[in-house]
Design a binder for this molecule. Structure first.
Ligand code: V55
Ligand code: FE
Length: 490
């Protein structure tokens, strides 16, 4: 680790919305696979919208054991296939090795999140992926991701699992951890990903690598060390640099020996903002120290005039109240309140700490962008948030302009819970932000029966153009991904 600069002092506001409304629906288990052909549509499905909206989320195959956390439920994948003016809906549990072993046994065999010591003897050493966090398309497949394992590959049309340990044709080891937040290079279409704990359980090595768009061939890898092993959930990639943000949700071996989860929030640790040259050997890595706080999800990243900027949602404390605090203190709800911030530093130093500024005072733990801009300077961000202060309570979708720092909102109302939306460009060559925002609305007052809502991403405040009605609740969702029509094999 290179010498650190003087620590920053900023922490995000500790503030909860006065009234929370419309949340949680998207994480409710359904535990049943659903197929609905030719869904009922209210309103006009845009004629230039064609492709697939994929998502995954945790849905317990067997009831979670006491003390376990929702992040450990099995991945349930879903697809809204939009084509020729109709929408077909399909969900499937992901047939991970863990799912298959439990299905054969007829019960749960993996009692605790990211803690293999309690696994049933019959599955000792078996890959533990739940594939419940994010999805990505590659080579006519959908890859389902959990950050402790390689992807699980599914058929793009049927969601049937075709490879429970996808190694990109043997190029990645079967033990390769693979982030749930890979980036697609805005110039080449390559996949840039990383895996932490890359050299075995608890290892402080992070492997960062780039896979060629069409072949999946690994064209670059660097191995770096983190100041301590923490939940390194997301990252940033620009044309020239890799950006990491290490936060104090740290591995807790003592807690694991007592049968607990992998992580605890250790407020005595610092944060580290780090960057190094993409396609380099990692030796230029610099860490800049800051106070304990958290940043989990990247909205966008860019370089400008010798500075590097990471736009991320940040919390003043433990972002996940269901993860224990190292000091034994009770869940800290205001500490988990997430708002959108921008972290920056000089690429060439010196830095008196990293700078942090508030971008939007919106409570948005899952911000998104037009994913064609993952590695390029960007303007538009999107996400679900509770209505900000001064507005009627409700669950909103926001379209945010990071250049003017203004945003537009659609408030769905207090009886609806909105999942993370996805941006769908009208076509591959659309300008940034020209397209649709798609998201699942869970109707809390209809036992969670769900609709896919489709908005004009440039007129979010006008509300949905149409609603695709499901007769049932949608499966749980963490993250989703849009596959354009031109990305489907012919
Ligand atoms: C996250 C989600 C996870 C996980 C670790 O949103 C981090 C963050 C759904 O599982 O295992
Ligand atoms: Fe995530």
């Amino acid at each position: 680790m290179s010498a650190t600069d003087t620590p920053s002092s900023y922490t995000p506001p500790r503030k909860m919305p006065a009234r929370t409304a419309g949340s949680g629906g998207q994480f409710t288990p359904i535990r049943a696979e659903i197929t609905v052909a030719d869904c009922v549509i209210e309103g006009q499905l845009p004629s230039d919208l064609s492709g697939g909206f994929y998502a995954t989320g945790p849905d317990p195959q067997y009831p979670l054991r006491p003390g376990n956390i929702p992040f450990d439920a099995e991945g349930h994948a879903r697809l809204f296939r939009i084509h020729n003016g109709r929408v077909d809906y399909r969900t499937r549990f992901i047939r991970s090795l863990r799912y298959l072993a439990q299905d054969r046994a007829g019960r749960s065999l993996f009692p605790m999140y990211r803690n293999p010591s309690l696994d049933d003897p019959s599955v000792q050493g078996l890959n533990r992926t739940t594939a419940n966090t994010h999805v990505l398309n590659h080579k006519g497949l959908i890859l389902a991701l959990k950050e402790d394992s390689p992807p699980v590959a599914m058929d793009l049309n049927t969601l049937e699992t075709v490879d429970p340990i996808y190694t990109f044709d043997g190029q990645l080891p079967e033990t390769q951890p693979f982030t749930a937040h890979p980036k697609i290079c805005s110039r080449t279409g390559n996949i840039i990903a990383f895996g932490y704990e890359a050299e075995g359980f608890g290892s402080d090595v992070v492997s960062v690598f780039e896979l060629e768009k069409d072949t999946g061939k690994k064209i670059w890898e660097a191995r770096i060390k983190v100041p301590y092993v923490g939940l390194l959930h997301d990252f940033g990639v620009t044309e020239n640099h890799i950006v990491l943000y290490v936060v104090p949700l740290a591995i807790d071996l003592e807690q694991m020996r007592r049968g607990g989860v992998h992580w605890s929030w250790d407020a005595t640790r610092k944060t580290y903002f780090g960057f190094f040259r993409r396609h380099g050997d990692g030796k230029d890595l610099r860490w800049i120290e800051g106070p304990a706080m958290s940043g989990t999800h990247t909205m966008g990243v860019f370089e400008d005039k010798g500075r590097i900027y990471l736009d991320t949602e940040m919390t003043p404390g433990n972002p996940f109240p269901f993860m224990p605090n190292k000091d034994g203190s009770p869940p800290d709800l205001p500490g988990s309140y997430s708002t959108l911030h921008r972290i920056s530093a000089n690429l060439n130093g010196p830095n008196k700490g990293y700078d942090v500024e508030m971008l939007f005072p919106l409570n948005m733990p899952l911000p998104k962008q037009d994913d064609r801009y993952n590695t390029a300077p960007y303007r538009w961000g999107y996400g679900a948030c509770p209505a900000p202060e001064g507005q009627p309570p409700g669950s909103c979708y926001a379209a945010m302009d990071v250049q003017t720092k203004t945003y537009k909102l659609w408030n769905a109302g207090p009886h609806i819970s909105l999942a993370e939306p996805v941006f769908a460009p009208k076509h591959a060559g659309s300008r940034e932000g020209e397209g649709y925002l798609l998201g699942v609305a869970y109707n809390l007052n209809e036992a969670n029966r769900s609709d896919l809502v489709i908005l004009d991403a440039e007129r979010v405040d006008e509300g949905p153009l149409c609603k695709v009605r499901l007769p049932v609740p949608a499966s749980p969702q963490v993250h989703g991904w849009w596959v354009r029509e031109d990305q489907y094999p012919t």
